[in-house]
Structures are given as structure tokens and as C-alpha cells.
Write a protein that binds this ligand. Structure first.
Ligand SMILES: [Zn+2]
Length: 94
């Protein structure tokens, strides 16, 4: 996934057909992989913090968000649904 070259950590670019944001293979309407090193690295550089699942789902529809939240819940991950809905509202107002 990543390599150490001359003391620097290098994360290779996404493979062909992979999401350009997180570098993983997923549908355009599906959330990014929050655990992807590429995504975490890029997000942190842009926002000064690591991404949350809420961030990874920001571009998704409400239906996808709800479905994905249920999946995360089954895996023991709690997601701030209110924050997700606020994000959706903000997007509509733009
Ligand atoms: Zn992605």
C-alpha cells in the first residue's frame, strides 16, 4: 500500500478505475474509505485534521448515508447522524 523511500513515506497514486479521492474501488455515490492512507493524508493536508466517516460520506445521498450508517453501526462504529443531516442541508443551500 505504501513504501518508505529515502526516509520519506510514499503513498502511490490510485490504481486505474479507483476513486481519485480515496484511491479505493467504490461507486461514485458510495462513501470514501475513511481508513485509506491516501484519503487520510490528502484530507489532513487540506483540512488540518483526519477525516471522519461523516466526511467520507459527505457527497452521498441521504439514502446511502442512512444505509451506510446502519452498516457502520453493526460494526460497532457510531456516526453523528445530525452532523450528516446538517451537511446535507448546507449542500442544498449552496
Ligand atoms: Zn473514494
Amino acid at each position: 500500500m505504501f513504501e518508505l523511500r529515502e526516509g520519506r513515506l510514499t503513498i502511490p497514486p490510485p490504481k486505474d478505475g479507483a476513486c481519485p479521492v480515496c484511491g479505493e474501488l467504490h461507486g461514485r455515490q458510495e462513501p470514501h474509505n475513511k481508513n485509506s492512507l491516501l484519503y487520510q493524508h490528502r484530507f489532513r493536508r487540506k483540512h488540518g485534521r483526519y477525516p471522519t466517516w461523516e466526511d467520507a460520506m459527505e457527497h452521498c445521498s441521504l439514502t446511502v448515508k442512512k444505509r451506510f450508517c446502519e452498516r457502520l453501526k453493526r460494526q460497532g462504529v457510531t456516526v453523528d447522524v445530525d452532523k450528516l443531516l446538517r451537511g446535507l442541508k448546507t449542500k442544498k443551500e449552496e
